[in-house]
Ligand binder design. Structure first.
Ligand code: 1CP
Length: 354
C-alpha cells in the first residue's frame, strides 16, 4: 500500500509527500496545501462536466468522479486530492430516501424521528458502493505521488441531516432527540458510526492515503454535550480505521470550544476554522497532533495583498506547530475566483520552502 512505508522496500512517492509528512508531524520541504471543496462550482471545468447530471448521480460515475477529483490538482497544484463524493452518499447507498437538491443540499424525504425509523439504517457493505472502489482505483493510478484523501460525514452531522430532513440552522429536531431520548440518540449515532467506519474502510482499502471525518455542524454543541452524546460515536469511527496507519483528520466549524475533545476522539490531525488562531488551537488540542487550517474562505474575495497578509499571519501562528497542513477554515465558496486559489497555493509554497 502507498500508505505505509513498506518493510524492506523504499517508501513510495505518496508516502514521502509533503502532505502525508505533515500529517505524521515529520519535517516537510514546504507546508502542504489543499482546500476543502476544492472540486466544485468555483471551477468552470467542473460546471462543464457536471452539466445536466444530478449531484448524486455524478458521485456514482467513476470516470466523472476521477475527472472532477483531478481538476483542482491540475489547476492549482495542491498537495492532495480529495475524493469527489458527498457525506450523504453512504446513506443513499443503504437505501435512505434522499436527494441533493441544487442550491439547498441534502434533503431526506422521510426524516428519522422514531425508534422504528432506526431499522432503515442497515449496515453498509463494499458491494453497496462498488463505484467508490472503482473510482479510487482509477484515481490512484492517475494521481502518481499525490495523495488521495477519502472522507465521510461524522455521526452527529449525518444525524442532523437525517433527523431534520435537510440543512438546518438551529438543529432543533436533532437536539430534541439528543436531550429527549438519549438512548435512541446513542443507538442512532452508533449505527451511523458503523456505516461511516465501513465507508472509510472501503476508501482506504481502495487506495486512499488519508481520511477526513467532517463533523461540520457539531460546533452547535456545548463541550459537555459533545463529550456525552457525540464523542463515543466519533471515537468508534476513528478506532475502526486506526489499524491502517493512514492519517485521520477531524474537522468541524465553530468548534473552538471543542478542539481538545475532537482531538481526544482520536484524530491525528485536527482541522481548525478561522475563529481560533493556530497557536491557540495547538494549546487547546495538546501535543502529538498536527493541525489543519485556517484561512477564512471569504478572505479570498479581498485583494491579493490582503490575502497574502492574512496567509502570512496563519503561517506565523503555525511556525511552532508539530505539523501544519494549510487549508481554508471551511469549504471554498462557489463564487471564489479560481486564480486566487492558484495564487494562494503558490504563495504558501514559496513562503514556506525549506
Ligand atoms: O450540484 C452540486 O454541485 C451541489 C453542491 C455540492 C458539491 C459540489 C454538494 C451538495 N456536495 C458537493 C461535493 C462535496 N461535499 C465534497 C467534494 C468536493 C471537494 O471537497 O472537493 C465534499 C468533501 C462534501 C462534503 C459535505 N457535504 C459536507 C462536509 C463539508 C462541509 O462543507 O462542511 C457537508 C456538510 C455536505 C452536505 C452538503 N452537500 C451539498 C451541500 C450544498 C451541502 C451543505 C448543505 C448545508 O448547508 O447543510
Amino acid at each position: 500500500s502507498a500508505n505505509q512505508s513498506p518493510a524492506g522496500k523504499p517508501p513510495t512517492a505518496t508516502y514521502e509527500s509533503a502532505f502525508l509528512k505533515a500529517c505524521r508531524r515529520e519535517a516537510v520541504p514546504h507546508t502542504p496545501v489543499w482546500f476543502m471543496r476544492q472540486a466544485g462550482r468555483s471551477l468552470p471545468e467542473y460546471r462543464k462536466v457536471r452539466e445536466g447530471i444530478p449531484m448524486l448521480e455524478s458521485c456514482m460515475r467513476p470516470e466523472l468522479v476521477t475527472e472532477i477529483t483531478l481538476q483542482p490538482v491540475r489547476r492549482h497544484g495542491v498537495d492532495a486530492a480529495i475524493f469527489f463524493s458527498d457525506i450523504v452518499v453512504p446513506l443513499k447507498a443503504i437505501g435512505i430516501d434522499l436527494d441533493i437538491k441544487p442550491g439547498i443540499g441534502p434533503v431526506v424525504e422521510n426524516p428519522i424521528r422514531s425508534r422504528a425509523d432506526l431499522a432503515r439504517l442497515r449496515d453498509l457493505t463494499p458491494e453497496d458502493v462498488t463505484y467508490v472502489t472503482e473510482a479510487i482505483g482509477l484515481l490512484t493510478r492517475e494521481l502518481g505521488g499525490t495523495p488521495l484523501i477519502g472522507f465521510a460525514g461524522a455521526p452527529f452531522t449525518l444525524a442532523s441531516y437525517l433527523v431534520e430532513g435537510g440543512p438546518s440552522r438551529n438543529h432543533e429536531h436533532t437536539k430534541a432527540l439528543m436531550y429527549g431520548d438519549p438512548q435512541m440518540w446513542a443507538d442512532l449515532l452508533d449505527r451511523l458510526a458503523g456505516i461511516t467506519a465501513a465507508f472509510l474502510k472501503v476508501q482506504i482499502e481502495a487506495g486512499a492515503s488519508a481520511v477526513q471525518l467532517f463533523d461540520s455542524w457539531v460546533g452547535a454543541l456545548a463541550p459537555a454535550d459533545y463529550r456525552r452524546s457525540v464523542l463515543p460515536a466519533s471515537r468508534k469511527v476513528f478506532e475502526a480505521v486506526a489499524g491502517y496507519g493512514v492519517p485521520r483528520i477531524h474537522f468541524g466549524v465553530g468548534t473552538g470550544e471543542l478542539l481538545g475533545l475532537m482531538g481526544e476522539a482520536g484524530a491525528d490531525v485536527v482541522g481548525v476554522d478561522w475563529r481560533v488562531p493556530l497557536d491557540e488551537a495547538a494549546r487547546r488540542v495538546g501535543p502529538g497532533k498536527a493541525l489543519q487550517g485556517n484561512l477564512d474562505p471569504a478572505v479570498l474575495f479581498s485583494s491579493r495583498e490582503a490575502v497574502e497578509t492574512k496567509t502570512r499571519e496563519i503561517l506565523d501562528a503555525a511556525a511552532g506547530l508539530e505539523g501544519h497542513v494549510f487549508n481554508l477554515g471551511h469549504g471554498v465558496l462557489p463564487s471564489t475566483d479560481p486564480d486566487a486559489l492558484t495564487r494562494l497555493v503558490e504563495y504558501v509554497h514559496t513562503q514556506t520552502a525549506r
